[in-house]
Ligand binder design. Sequence first.
Ligand SMILES: Nc1nc2c(c(=O)[nH]1)N[C@H]1C(S)=C(S)[C@@H](COP(=O)(O)OP(=O)(O)OC[C@H]3O[C@@H](n4cnc5c(=O)[nH]c(N)nc54)[C@H](O)[C@@H]3O)O[C@H]1N2
Ligand SMILES: Nc1nc2c(c(=O)[nH]1)N[C@H]1C(S)=C(S)[C@@H](COP(=O)(O)OP(=O)(O)OC[C@H]3O[C@@H](n4cnc5c(=O)[nH]c(N)nc54)[C@H](O)[C@@H]3O)O[C@H]1N2
Ligand code: SF4
Ligand SMILES: [Mo]
Length: 692
Amino acid sequence: MLRLESYNGENMYYGGNFLKISNTRQVSVHGVCPHDCYDTCGMAIEWKDGQIHRIQGQTDHPITQGFLCFKVNRYLERVHHRDRVLYPLKRTGVKGAGQFERVTWDDALQDIADRLGEVINRFGGEAILPYSFAGNMGVLSEASMDRRFFAAIGAANLDRTICTASASHVLRQMFGQRLGPDPEQIPQAQLIVLWGANPMATNVHQIPLLDQARKNGAKIWTIDPLATETAVRYHHHLPLIPNSDAILALAVGRYLIHHGLYDQNFIEQYTVGFKAYRDATEPWSLEMAARHCGISPTVIEELALDIAQVRPLLIRPGFGMQRQNNSGRAVWAVASLAVLTGSLRDSSGGLLLSNSDAFPLNWQGIQRPDLARHQSRTVNMVELGTALEDGSTHALIVYNANPAATAPEQAKVLRGLSRDDLFLVVHEQMMTDTARYADYVLPAALSMEILDLHVSYWHRYIQLNIPGGLPAGESVANTELFRRLAKAMKFGDPAFQESDADLIQTALNSDHPYLMGVTLQSLYENPVQKVRISDEARPFIDTPINTPDGRIHLEPIGGNRDFGGETGKYFLLTPSRRETIKSSFANLESFERRLPDPELLVNPLDAEAEAWHDGDWVKILNQRGTTRAKVCISPVPPRGTVVSYAVRWNHPGGGTNINQLTPGRVSDVGGGATFYSTRVDIIREGAADDVG
Ligand SMILES: Nc1nc2c(c(=O)[nH]1)N[C@H]1C(S)=C(S)[C@@H](COP(=O)(O)OP(=O)(O)OC[C@H]3O[C@@H](n4cnc5c(=O)[nH]c(N)nc54)[C@H](O)[C@@H]3O)O[C@H]1N2
Ligand SMILES: Nc1nc2c(c(=O)[nH]1)N[C@H]1C(S)=C(S)[C@@H](COP(=O)(O)OP(=O)(O)OC[C@H]3O[C@@H](n4cnc5c(=O)[nH]c(N)nc54)[C@H](O)[C@@H]3O)O[C@H]1N2
Ligand code: SF4
Ligand SMILES: [Mo]
């Protein structure tokens, strides 16, 4: 086995040579953007005198095409930021105050091991809860040594549901896997339906592909309550009432069935459950749906006729349409349209919701669930607030996430994090809202400083992220943190000694044809490789349907969550913004200069009716909490809906953000988050000059 010590050791293997990276004066390496984003860009990273000097988009990367996005173009600000954590820190002040002293790694590890040991002795391993998500989406950084560690200590399992759980559940149920067409085929589609997606902010490398499709004659619909930049760019905007997607999709399905405009042969050859699907569409006439969706029946008919007639048809749902009470129902109803129309017959058609299963890595091998000696309880991360309040959790270890800012039901979460009897360890690059509550903050390396393997949930490239220098200060990769913790806990299993290169080799140790010939060695030579699925292969026609009976399932899914309890006057939507990735980048000085105050986008007619003016401070509240923002009158939201983009830091902006208001309720299937099923009331505080 090829042994590499690219991190921690002095050597890295690069371009056919071993380099002593600590001695390297100037080097340019292939990096991969680590953020939780569809695009998983290739980056050219230049190091000079041991420092990250320049970060650019890889010019020869077929998706990245030489450009990065608004936020990552400002990455150097992040590298040199005042909030960076470079040494282990121990709390000296009250929880949340952010007062710490520097300690050594040895002292920190010893104390953490002792305290975790105490929790295990008194309450059992399950009283320790990991909380992580995709702060670094590298295969190793996201889920490898950490999973081994938590299995070995018998910790509670975290169900990582905050983002795509409902969609994943539905795709697995219907198709047996999460696979869509190759996005590089988009330019060949003639009808594209962007459903609850805003690629102008969240998937910018899709824009050139959509633009090319439009040049080739494609019509592009955007189905979104908000008049986003994407909706404006592509003209055919269908502004439905939030959370009415399932009804809209079922009405289109009913129309196609009633008019004989669906692909009967496809249904017969590939699916089961059509009758149950048809019955579910039956109540939704155009008129009935129009009333629920807040749009005219003729617009729904226009969409239905396009969907019936234009091929290739590509339906491109975003994750934004599955952050609602009935997310599962919505995804099922929309995915069923792709099936009903036989759109999967075209290589640029079908349903492009996720390509996560285009990368059949050896997940069990890197995560080693077999290290667990017993079955532990599972906590849904959407319900973090409850798990911190119900007496079940005595230690929390957070990495790759900033739940104090990004988790729903924030008031509960912050109360939980403030508990004196909760032992909190946070591994972070920045002194985040969450880190400020920690007993120990441990420094996390930047992705540019570590070796990792990356896959995408949207495109089909597997990539190697090559470090060009050593981690700054005493920071370490997530894998190294858990190696050190395992050693401090005196775990002797060789699973905790494997290097990052070993882990990558294990991940690639898969005999699946999609990964044929993808080895660590080949990635050193060519760090951007397409998985071995032909670009034209049509998912589920040219690739297997991995449901138990090998058929696509159309039986109804989900739909049983009501809106009980949400009584506020306005719908609150909190989607992604261009300038940040969730809370990441929201502490950059350039962001604070640009948008110093939290803003609430309000429709001009609502503003007029309420006598709100641009710049007025308002209090936004509901049964869960309260926060403040400045009114920004905007054509983006429709009447009755207000918008606050996700998300700002709580600190130093007043201690709370918009997640004070979002629910910790889980969706109908898959235990998903329901951020976009929030209602709020709004009270004007005073004119802009009086307050703030
Ligand atoms: N710049 C930037 N890029 C990002 C992120 C970011 O924060 N900033 N976040 C990353 C992450 S974590 C993710 S998961 C992805 C998410 O990226 P997307 O998949 O684009 O999802 P969202 O941004 O959640 O929402 C997309 C759209 O859904 C709309 N929407 C809200 N409710 C409904 C509804 O009920 N029905 C319909 N049809 N539409 C609705 C919103 O108005 C929004 O315009 O983006 C990633 N990329
Ligand atoms: N209101 C509202 N809230 C939302 C959403 C919404 O649409 N609306 N979207 C939800 C969604 S889709 C998601 S995915 C979640 C995301 O929520 P989080 O997972 O909390 O995402 P971020 O805010 O980006 O925080 C990631 C943190 O990981 C840290 N980090 C980065 N790399 C590393 C590393 O290598 N090691 C360690 N230890 N740390 C690292 C970063 O510094 C950052 O602080 O937010 C959810 N919250
Ligand atoms: S955040 Fe997304 S678009 Fe921006 S550089 Fe990273 S992968 Fe590319
Ligand atoms: Mo997400």
